[in-house]
Design a protein around this ligand. Structure first.
Ligand code: ZN
Length: 165
């Protein structure tokens, strides 16, 4: 993050390296303007304002910028990536270079506690229930599934979770 601004042209002037991002803040968070992290030279605008259309969730806790869901440029370079606590995780390419943020397994008991035995909840609902970052909750939930403590399946394109007993 290279500084908060009020307007898009100010944000673009701040961007230097691929992955640099600037927050447009006018009364409330409006958008993230980012130099495409793949180095193609394009500038991406990620809307954060639900009144201006489809909006991403934005969070600055735990060491950096987090956006949910992933950012996907359908035109141009086609970049598709996750922004998670200041890390870029590529979806579908450069996968060797992906480095997830540190894992603190203490979150698992809270994620497990937020799951229901019968009522499926997705990662966003679980994250809201315990006020944690969605990507962290998603990772913990999938670890619980792998350990046999929970199960997951897909409903209308999103993964939902229930706990086992
Ligand atoms: Zn690009």
């Amino acid at each position: 993050m290279v500084g908060d601004v009020e307007y898009r042209d100010q944000a673009e002037a701040n961007l230097g390296q691929p992955g640099d991002a600037s927050l447009i803040l006018r009364g409330r968070p409006r958008a993230i303007v980012m130099a495409c992290p793949d180095g193609c030279g394009e500038t991406l605008v990620v809307n954060l304002d639900g009144r201006a259309g489809k909006a991403w969730r934005f969070d600055m806790r735990r060491g950096g910028l987090t956006l949910f869901p992933s950012v996907w440029r359908e035109g141009g370079c086609g970049s598709h990536f996750i922004v998670w606590r200041g890390h870029i995780l590529w979806c579908g390419r450069f996968e060797r270079d992906n480095l997830e943020p540190d894992y603190d397994e203490a979150i698992e008991q809270f994620v497990f506690g937020a799951m229901d035995v019968e009522k499926p909840r997705d990662a966003a609902q679980l994250a809201d229930a315990i006020d944690e970052l969605i990507w962290d909750v998603n990772r913990a939930a999938n670890r619980l599934v792998r350990r046999g403590a929970a199960k997951s399946w897909k409903v209308e394109g999103r993964w939902v979770f229930t706990r086992l007993a």
